[in-house]
Design a protein around this ligand. Structure first.
Ligand SMILES: Nc1ncnc2c1ncn2[C@@H]1O[C@H](COP(=O)(O)OP(=O)(O)OP(=O)(O)O)[C@@H](O)[C@H]1O
Length: 230
């Protein structure tokens, strides 16, 4: 049986100016897997997630998401991918409800009556519905990012340090959402320094070092050979 990988990267490279941050990343992630990406500060984790989200173009090599080319079929990739940036990625001049309404438009979704308010309740922002997001704490912005993620209905979640800035309850919320996403068959790729928290959720832990990936842990030992597998 052939299954199209959720993520397939071949010798993928990305440079800023003359300096290569990613140099020959090979990765295959099967649909439904949860993969944690570790690596020191500046290793290139955010860069890799941004390339997968099509926010950055690869400088070398190629990549596919659910079979769609990151460069030539970026639109199809964006329809299947949701990216949570380390800061949550919302508009400060809007309320959280307005942010979600805008996100729904971008996702081409017509939310049901009360759906957006319910999402805010779910991420613990029910009491802050009418504030401007610029007045939010960093943890509140992250929670709003989680609500946007839930709205997206994407098949691949790209999470950049999802636990950062969150209190214990917020971290538990992330754990629950990732497990729920997995139960729904979604693929999750998350960059995290918090291995204690993220590794128990993961099918594989990969390390990005010197611009390439290696396997730290995988639930399937047969997959540790050759290209890094998720
Ligand atoms: N827009 C940019 N222009 C130039 N260099 C950049 C840019 N964005 C990132 N870099 C550089 O690329 C390297 C990788 O950065 P990246 O943010 O991808 O690492 P990271 O693994 O996510 O790090 P951290 O764990 O600190 O979040 C760093 O040296 C960084 O300075």
């Amino acid at each position: 049986m052939s299954t199209v990988p959720a993520v397939a990267l071949t010798n993928l490279g990305r440079r800023y100016g003359a300096s290569f941050v990613l140099r020959g990343v090979n990765l295959q992630v099967a649909p439904g897997r949860t993969v944690v990406l570790k690596g020191g500060n500046g290793a290139g984790k955010t860069t890799l997630l941004r390339v997968l989200s099509t926010r950055l173009r690869p400088s070398l090599g190629s990549g596919r998401v659910f079979g769609f080319d990151l460069v030539k079929q970026g639109h199809a990739v964006r329809e299947r991918v949701a990216y949570l940036s380390v800061f949550g990625g919302s508009y400060g001049g809007l309320t959280p409800l307005e942010n979600l309404a805008l996100a729904a438009q971008l996702y081409n979704r017509a939310p049901a009556p009360g759906e957006l308010a319910a999402l805010l309740e779910r991420v613990g922002l029910g009491g802050a519905q009418h504030k401007l997001v610029r007045s939010f704490s960093s943890g509140m912005k992250k929670r709003l990012g989680l609500a946007r993620l839930l709205l997206s209905e994407a098949d691949l979640w790209l999470l950049d340090e999802p636990y950062a800035a969150l209190d214990e309850a917020g971290k538990g919320l992330v754990d629950g959402l990732v497990l729920e996403a997995k139960a729904q068959g979604k693929t999750v790729l998350m960059a995290s320094h918090d291995l204690e928290r993220s590794a128990p959720l993961a099918d594989s832990v990969l390390e990005l070092r010197d611009g390439a990936l290696s396997v730290v842990f995988t639930g399937d030992a047969a997959k540790t050979r050759g290209a890094a597998h998720g």
